[in-house]
Ligand binder design. Structure first.
Ligand code: UN1
Length: 499
């Protein structure tokens, strides 16, 4: 299928793809595939007011009925899975299976949120006063801005939107400027669900396209109480304080520098498979991609040998082609950043396998690279920096304490894992003295999390949680209620105030 056919199959009309100011390129071959219209920053006040109006209606709709909209969204996504997956491939460069996987992740969170819509509940708490009852009620919070990144152009939106809608919050979506087409295609699907639902308020789910000024309006508006932002630590460092300064609620999912500890008892064949998927999958452009391998000295040489062999056999190229496992990087700037990180690693004493630019057997115009393995003498500045590309830094260790120290000695704290058959090591890694990340796994890689768990991380990753478990609470306001059903008015803490 040509790029044009893919966009057409996703329901995108020519008029939406032309005449705008934002040029969209496919990372597959660098071709300009659209020029989309951007939201005028001047119109942001109207967008936000519309969301506020939608909120006033939506918060009164019973949560299970709100869940019905999410159920329809899941149904429509099922119907459009292939078409939307293909747009993800076209615009983000993911291989076909990962493009489809991303849409599956959207379907999964819809299913979760439908159940949640009948499970929004609070506690009942024992009161110290006779004839009193205490409880917690969760109420809708207000419009939720969802700022997403290019690498999961639609799934991250759905984690936020499925929960926000079930929780009673309208959504304003600002996608990455690199991936507005997946957003436009997703809105078509959403609109079909809204139509079938029937009486949802206008402006419940809005899309705005543009640069920092458009984002700024969402970040600084008091009428947008929740700002969920995914992207770089640099971006989060700007967004977080601005939202906090107006007492809004930020949900930040920022950089990761995810590691795997490989202990002497590890099943090495399994470890190799986990490493290759998590370091090379999505061309190393997941927040959860494996970036650091901390290997016991006794098995390091053996493991690096196995890995370099596996890396050499990886099919690199057109992500639409069957069998290809490594697609392009998002753009040439990203490729250049990878190359300079590798140069820096070398200057710090690293020895690099692979990592070269690939120009043959791949579509011209895309930024294709061979994934790299860099054996490092120590955890240098380059290792501590997240480079959004398939670079795997390898470090050796002697004792498990040393491995955990190295593991935690980076600014980021998203995902982590250990490969070991030693129960003491596994449990220590998951304990209070183990991994300091939001996600810590045993005998699986750091990427590819299911939506059932809370997703997010600590330190410079930003502390936000999205997706499963009780992440929904971030989209609601908690109210503590005390009800007096007695004929007395006793005060708490034994205070007397008689008059
Ligand atoms: C991201 O890269 O921003 O765990 C999200 C994973 C995916 C989500 C990644 N489920 O790798």
């Amino acid at each position: 299928m040509t790029h044009e056919d893919v966009l057409k199959a996703a329901g995108l009309a020519k008029a939406e793809l032309t005449g705008g100011t934002l040029a969209v390129h496919s990372p597959i071959d660098g071709a300009e595939v659209a020029k989309v219209k951007e939201t005028d920053p001047v119109d942001m006040a109207k967008v936000i007011a519309k969301a506020q109006e939608a909120f006033r209606a939506w918060r009164q709709v019973p949560a299970p009925r709100r869940g019905e909209l999410v159920r329809l969204m899941g149904e429509e996504l099922r119907v459009s899975k292939e078409a939307l997956g293909a747009v993800v491939t076209l615009e983000a460069g993911k291989i076909t299976s990962e493009g489809l996987g991303e849409v599956q992740e959207m379907i999964d969170i819809c299913d979760f949120a439908v159940g949640l819509s009948r499970q929004i509940y609070g506690l009942t708490i024992a009161s110290e006063r006779p004839g009193h009852r205490m409880m917690e009620t969760w109420h809708p919070m207000g419009p939720c801005a969802v700022i997403t990144a290019f690498n999961f152009p639609v799934a991250v939106w759905s984690w936020n939107t499925a929960l926000a809608l079930a929780c009673g919050d309208p959504v304003i979506w600002k996608p990455s400027e690199k991936t507005p087409l997946t957003a436009l295609a997703t809105m078509k699907i959403m609109e079909r669900a809204l139509k079938r639902f029937g009486d949802a308020p206008e402006g419940l789910v809005q899309l705005v396209i543009g640069g920092p000024e458009v984002g700024e309006a969402l970040v600084t508006s008091k009428d947008v109480p929740i700002v969920s932002a995914t992207g770089s630590t640099r971006m989060g460092g700007i967004v977080g304080p601005k939202v906090a300064a107006r007492f809004g609620r930020p949900i930040l999912e920022l950089g990761g520098n995810n590691a795997m500890i490989v202990a002497p008892s590890a099943d090495l064949d399994m470890a190799v498979r986990a490493i290759v998927f998590s370091a090379v999958g999505t061309a190393g452009q997941r927040c959860t991609s494996l970036r650091r391998l901390i290997v016991h000295d006794s098995i390091k040489e053996d493991l690096v040998g196995k890995l370099t062999k596996a890396y050499a056999s990886l099919p690199i190229g057109d992500p639409r082609k069957e069998g290809v496992l490594v697609g392009p990087l998002i753009d040439h700037a990203s490729r250049d950043r990878m190359q300079s990180a590798l140069e820096k690693a070398k200057s710090e004493g690293g020895s690099v396998h692979g990592g070269k630019v690939v120009a043959e057997g791949v579509p011209q115009g895309g930024a294709y690279v061979a994934p790299a393995i860099a054996e490092m003498p120590e955890q240098t500045e380059t290792v501590k920096t997240e480079t959004f590309a398939p670079i795997l830094y390898v470090l050796g260790y002697d004792t498990i304490d040393e491995a955990i120290r190295l593991h935690n000695d980076v600014p980021q704290g998203l995902s982590s894992c250990i490969f070991t058959l030693n129960m003491r090591e596994a449990e220590t890694f998951l304990s209070a003295t183990g991994s300091d990340c939001g996600i810590a796994n045993v005998n699986i890689g750091p990427s590819g999390a299911e939506i059932g768990g809370a997703f997010g991380g600590e330190k410079e990753t930003g502390g936000g949680r999205e997706s499963g478990s009780d992440a929904w609470k971030a989209y609601m306001r908690r109210q503590t209620n005390t009800v007096n059903y007695s004929a007395e008015l006793p005060l708490a803490q034994g205070v007397k105030f008689d008059f």
